[in-house]
Design a protein around this ligand. Structure first.
Ligand code: AMP
Ligand code: MG
Length: 340
């Protein structure tokens, strides 16, 4: 390298260093919300100022809240219709709904088909019995009881996509069976996290009840670090993941639990046995799209390793399965994301 070239490189480096001094330093900010999707939502991000972050956070909250109202099955929407209105109108006339509801239910239909009916949002009549048993058990643990097996079998007769009429062009939905119910708990948070994160700039991290989406990298190019919980001790981490433009979602048997005589009953229901699935302790899915990651985490929780890994492959996703006893299984690509 001759002297002129060295001089030129030195000057360029100095010039960049000087401009760097004057660049606004991005700071990290955080907001936590407790009133959407019955869970804790955390938005973290790097911005030039607190007010710039606040503007972004307000937009995110407004979107989350609007989706929360639309996809709520427990409370009426203050105006317009929502999923509860569809459930309430079961067996009656088709009702006009927001296009976002149609979009979610079309995705749910694809999920039902792709998972061989393992993840099925029309299982609402069954999951409601488990939801009610859990709520009663948490309110009065001494008198906790399981849902009645006969009632579960009866409820299962009122499930299936053949009972859901979706009319895209009319923008209407109808449950044809008066006792059928929708429960979108297995897919909605991931779907919403995906939609909301699409509006976010790089340098933001959204966690909607554990449905995590990392947008871009942190300033400077380093990846986000996301922990995978130990199912036996959810405050401890089993692994950490390097995340850049990545969604990470876990389904686990330690979430939404109630206990009877020392036995825990969780919230992911096997459609064959109509009871909580016992094959895995937890399944974590990594992929670009958070809606897909959410549906896959529930699906893989309900499938054997072979069926689950071929489904994950079909969607270009990676996964980690934790079996009872702690044995881990993973897709070939999972290790590339691991930090530890
Ligand atoms: P996730 O935490 O994403 O795995 O979803 C679990 C939630 O999905 C539960 O709390 C129920 O609301 C709902 N759910 C449970 N079992 C099923 C199932 N087999 N198919 C569809 N939704 C389900
Ligand atoms: Mg899910």
């Amino acid at each position: 390298m001759n002297r002129n070239v060295i001089l030129f490189l030195l000057c360029t480096a100095l010039l960049f260093a000087c401009f760097g001094c004057n660049l606004p330093r991005n700071q990290r900010f955080e907001r936590i919300y407790y009133d959407v999707f019955d869970t804790v939502t955390k938005l973290s991000g790097y911005a030039e100022s607190e007010s710039a972050f606040g503007e972004q956070a307000d937009k995110v909250y407004a979107q989350l809240h609007a989706y929360h109202v639309l996809f709520d099955i427990y409370h009426d929407a203050p105006s317009g219709t929502n999923l509860k209105a569809i459930n309430d109108a079961a067996g009656g006339d088709p009702i006009a709904v927001d296009p976002q509801i149609i979009d979610l239910l079309l995705f749910a239909k694809e999920v039902d088909e792709q998972t061989n009916h393992r993840v099925n949002v029309t299982l609402g009549a069954v999951t409601k019995l488990w939801h009610d048993a859990r709520e009663a058990a948490l309110a009065d643990p001494e008198h906790a009881v399981l849902p009645d097996a006969q009632l579960l079998r009866e409820a299962a007769r009122h499930t299936g996509f053949d009972k859901l009429e979706l009319d895209e062009s009319a923008g209407t939905v109808r449950l044809t069976d008066p006792l059928a119910r929708l429960d979108v708990g297995a897919i909605a948070k991931g779907y919403v996290a995906q939609k909301v994160s699409e509006q976010l700039p790089d340098g933001y991290l959204l966690s909607l009840g554990g449905n995590v989406v990392a947008k871009g990298t942190k300033p400077g190019g380093s990846a986000w670090t996301i922990g995978i919980q130990n199912p036996d001790e959810p405050s401890a981490l089993l692994h950490t993941i390097r995340a850049e433009n990545l969604a990470i979602v876990t389904s686990g048997d330690y979430q939404r639990v109630f206990t009877i005589n020392g036995i825990s009953y969780h919230h992911i229901i096997d459609p064959d046995t109509l009871t909580p699935a016992m094959r895995w302790r937890a399944v974590t899915v990594l992929c670009e799209d958070s809606a897909v990651a959410d549906m896959l985490s529930t699906a893989l929780f309900l499938m054997d390793y072979e069926t689950g890994s071929s489904l994950a492959k079909r969607y270009g996703a990676d996964a980690l399965w934790i079996a009872p006893g702690g044995t881990e299984y993973r897709t070939d690509g999972f290790g590339a994301y691991q930090k530890n």
